[in-house]
Design a protein around this ligand. Structure first.
Ligand SMILES: [Cu+2]
Length: 322
């Protein structure tokens, strides 16, 4: 009995301490969130939240198909600003309700350039243009994109280059709704997620290397989020008459296998892969699931590259021996 009372008293005391702790901590946490999220209290006016488009390793070998964070919670009237955060290009693309995401087409100006105003109307097509940190990506690049959300609702957007695999959602609450996360919370989430993607990328690189041999070169690797922007393995040795298959077994990233001079449009196939003895040869656009097979008919060392990712270091060599 005495013991029971003691336990109850202890629980009560703990509860009191916890309540006190909450009372002390809550205002600090709230004011911290308010300061980090923008200009002071949530009633003082619209805010801007920042989302990163992509992430990468310092040598550019690992890239991500991710918006960091993928979910952002704002109030009506607030602005979301997306910053290019990788050499790999991405877009922020809102589709009209019921519209299908079209396959990426570099000749489609509505995919490559900005479309729509600065305020999102919830029903029209909006596009950022190509967000990349690389000046040599081959695309007309922008470094940021901002959109104001005047109306409450959940709005999902995609990257036209990476399809359904790469998406994010802007959750817009009524004006004045307290924010669940501050910008520093988002920054922390982004950092953590980017680190996880890097780890997944290196792991994917190792597992793909186990599948590769002198007759099977993988055009990078990706799991729909992490991408390896290296040929696996970049250098192979074969003999005259041998066949090398370049395999894209990824889920989201397209590539090319391009020998000789890089054509103005790397998406269009060029040359005869059934009998290659040097010169210009291009696979054209290789979506996930495609294979490009080349028969080497003359001895020599042939350099090749991915026309989309060569500036990240995605290049290789086929050494053909007599
Ligand atoms: Cu590539």
């Amino acid at each position: 009995m005495e013991r029971q009372l003691h336990t109850r008293q202890k629980t009560h005391t703990l509860r009191l301490i916890f309540a006190l702790f909450l009372a002390l901590v809550t205002p600090i946490a709230l004011s911290g969130a308010a300061v980090a999220g923008g200009r002071g209290d949530h009633n003082t006016g619209p805010r801007t939240f920042t989302v990163l488009a992509g992430s990468q390793s310092s040598d550019l070998a690992i890239q991500s198909m991710a918006f960091l964070p993928s979910n952002v919670y704002v109030d009506a009237g607030d602005t979301v600003s997306w910053l290019a955060n990788s050499a790999e290009p991405h877009t922020v693309t809102f589709l009209p309700p019921g519209a299908m995401l079209m396959p990426f087409n570099p000749a489609d100006t509505s995919q490559v350039f900005a479309v729509g105003g600065a305020s999102y109307n919830g029903v029209s097509y909006y596009n950022s243009g190509i967000l990349t940190t690389a000046p040599d990506s081959g695309f007309p690049a922008v470094s940021s994109y901002s959109l104001t959300f005047p109306t409450a609702g959940d709005f999902t957007y995609y990257c036209v280059l990476h399809g359904m695999m790469m998406k994010g959602t802007v959750h817009v609450a009524q004006a004045g709704t307290p924010y669940p996360y501050s910008q520093s919370d988002y920054d922390h989430q982004a950092k953590k997620e980017a680190k996880k993607i890097l780890h997944d990328g290196y792991k994917l690189w190792r597992t793909t290397a186990r599948l590769a041999d002198s007759e099977h070169v993988y055009t990078g690797a990706d799991d729909g989020t992490a991408m390896v922007m290296r040929f696996i393995q970049p250098t192979v040795r074969v003999h005259v008459g041998d066949v090398v298959s370049f395999v894209n077994n990824g889920m989201g990233a397209p590539h090319t296998v391009t020998f000789g001079a890089e054509p103005a449009n790397v998406f269009v196939p060029l040359g005869n892969p059934a009998a290659y003895a040097g010169g210009d040869l291009n696979s054209g656009f290789m979506p996930p699931g495609s294979t490009f097979t080349v028969t080497f008919t003359a001895a020599g060392t042939y350099s090749y590259l991915c026309g989309l990712h060569d500036f990240m270091g995605m290049v290789g060599q086929v050494v053909v021996l007599e």
